[in-house]
Design a protein around this ligand. Sequence first.
Ligand code: 5GP
Length: 207
Amino acid sequence: HGSAWQAVSEMRRSIVGELNLLQKKIMKDGVIKAGNVLKVDSFLNHQIDVPFISELGKEFKKLFGDRQVDKILTIEASGIGIACLTAVYFGVPVLFAKKSAGSNMDKDVYEVKSFTHNKVNHVVASKKYLNAGEHILIMDDFLANGCAVQGLIDLVKQAGGIVEGVGICIEKGFQGGGDELRASGIDVKSLAIIEKMDAETGTITFR
Ligand code: 5GP
């Protein structure tokens, strides 16, 4: 009994040893909800573990360091944290697209409609802060079907900017959005790609 158990736990340890920083954190603190939703409220989506997310920012700087990045574009609200903690290492500003034009929002905006499949959303960015010829790194916390990122790409294109790449913390690979973007020639880099997850057993398989 003892030795078999030891073998299993050693195997588990060696698998965990191959995981990167974010994958380990997801294994430790992520909660799988019904409907293929992963909750990471303890460090990314509600409470923000700033030193930890800052390490992810450093990682994105390594991954996209050879690119020209003039600005990082994300979408409110949950992309702002990772975008800012990456922008520190690039030394560039962050622009976050707003989900609806508030009363104090500029009227002169680029706009994307019909943003998600189940709800008509308007996502806007002021023409003041998104300019022709700018090299943009798009970032978000999650990538699932890819609607959010597609919308951000659309905004950059409207402005005449250049999409240098897309940096994602957690990609749900089984939802296909990331691969669709890659197939269209976009440089998508995700720190953790979930291939499979099971709410009942609590298991997660990474690509
Ligand atoms: P997409 O537009 O790619 O389908 O979804 C991306 C957006 O939906 C992200 O901005 C993220 O806020 C949210 N999202 C999608 N799947 C998940 C998930 O499993 N967990 C969390 N916390 N957010 C998700």
